[in-house]
Ligand binder design. Structure first.
Ligand SMILES: Nc1ncnc2c1ncn2[C@@H]1O[C@H](COP(=O)(O)OS(=O)(=O)O)[C@@H](OP(=O)(O)O)[C@H]1O
Length: 356
């Protein structure tokens, strides 16, 4: 079970998990009916999962966005399930969140830019809007199921950190994504090819806002719950690496991963890198766009043989399209998901086999 936190490189991890599920014929607990997330931002309930009543605890993977709720998650996932998640430095995360949720989040809407917002967040952040404002403050704390407006109290924070450690076997750090993938691979006894990825859901550089040094400091206070969460698990991440893989072996494996990734990018991509939304030729691969962000995607080479094409398509399919595709594969008799995207049928546009 992967807890997909927001703006933490979690779409790249979801893509890894979905490809793993397909490779080994595993069953994924997918959002029910027309949902694209598992009920988020509502606290997770088992019936948010498609066919939970029939499939019960027999899912192998669950990794779409949800707000963690251990007792309900345990109804869906078997007792021996491996739980992991990913955190990101709250400074980088808040800037990313500001740009992406600029139009959706009341606290972000009226400020000119992220620095103006951070100069006096309480001017824009009203507790009455708490249901829509979670992206503006301690979003990771919220995703783990806790109160993102709670007081910063040492005892309370210690208790939450302890509970997260009890519920999750591994917490990755997106600021060290490749190192995280190697740690994941070791922990789960996976192959290197299982963790090869193309970076998904990234932004064009011109939609990244520059934080002033004052803003960076203010984020540590404004999002102090997330800041402490991050510091704690960043420390345990590196401790774990030193105690298991060792830094030398880690460096070697990270280099292998990067070499393999580069080879695959040369095989698959016509531009060798991610491109802006207007330059994505096949709109089936257009990622969901939001706020002021220009979310990048990929163009595949034209002359790929069928097998290579399939492999490359799966590397670049954005989250919503992949969720919808897997849903149709796993639940062929259900109505297909209608996505909030400018395309008709993902299967038609990509020539992926239409599942029976
Ligand atoms: N491999 C890798 N390494 C480092 N960073 C990565 C990686 N993959 C995605 N990203 C960055 O993660 C941000 C998107 O996060 P999510 O996919 O979790 O966003 S979402 O909540 O699902 O919308 C987004 O951050 P910003 O570009 O700052 O917005 C991505 O660039």
């Amino acid at each position: 079970m992967f807890l997909k936190t927001h703006k933490t490189a979690s779409s790249t991890v979801l893509n890894i998990m979905f490809r793993f599920a397909e490779r080994y014929n595993l069953t994924v607990a997918l959002p029910a009916d027309q949902l694209v997330h598992l009920g988020y931002p509502k606290t997770f309930l088992a019936h948010f999962v498609e066919e939970f009543e029939a499939i019960g605890q027999n899912y192998n993977i669950m990794c779409n966005h949800l707000r963690f709720n251990p007792s309900e998650v345990k109804k869906v996932m078997a007792a021996n399930t491996f739980y992991f998640s990913i955190l990101r430095n709250p400074i980088r995360l808040l800037e990313s969140s500001y740009v992406y949720y600029k139009d959706n989040v009341p606290a972000f809407r009226i400020s000119k830019d992220v620095n103006e917002f951070l100069a006096s967040p309480m001017k824009y952040y009203h507790l009455a809007d708490y249901k829509k404002n979670m992206y503006a403050r301690n979003i990771m704390w919220f995703d783990f199921g806790y109160d993102n407006n709670a007081e910063d109290n040492k005892k309370y924070i210690q208790a939450v950190l302890k509970e997260i450690e009890q519920n999750f076997q591994l917490i990755l750090i997106s600021d060290y994504f490749d190192e995280s993938m190697i740690l994941l691979k070791h922990t789960l006894c996976w192959d290197l090819d299982d963790v090869i990825y193309f970076k998904l859901n990234s932004r064009s550089q011109d939609t990244v806002q520059t934080l002033t040094p004052e803003s960076e400091e203010r984020i540590k206070v404004w999002c102090s719950l997330d800041w402490k969460l991050y510091l704690h698990f960043n420390q345990s991440f590196w401790r774990r690496i030193k105690e298991t893989i060792g830094l030398k072996e880690l460096e070697k494996e990270v280099n292998h991963l990067r070499t393999r990734q580069k080879e695959l990018m040369e095989t698959c991509l016509s531009d060798q890198e991610a491109v802006g939304k207007d330059d994505i030729k096949n709109k089936a691969f257009l990622p969901f766009q939001s706020g002021d962000a220009n979310i990048l995607g990929y163009n595949l080479k034209q002359d790929l043989d069928n097998m290579t094409l399939r492999t490359c398509q799966k590397m670049v399919i954005p989250e919503l399209q992949y969720t919808s595709y897997l849903y149709t594969v796993q639940h062929p008799h259900k109505k297909r998901k209608i996505l909030p995207l400018p395309l008709t049928s993902f299967q038609e546009k990509t020539q992926l086999p239409t599942p029976n």
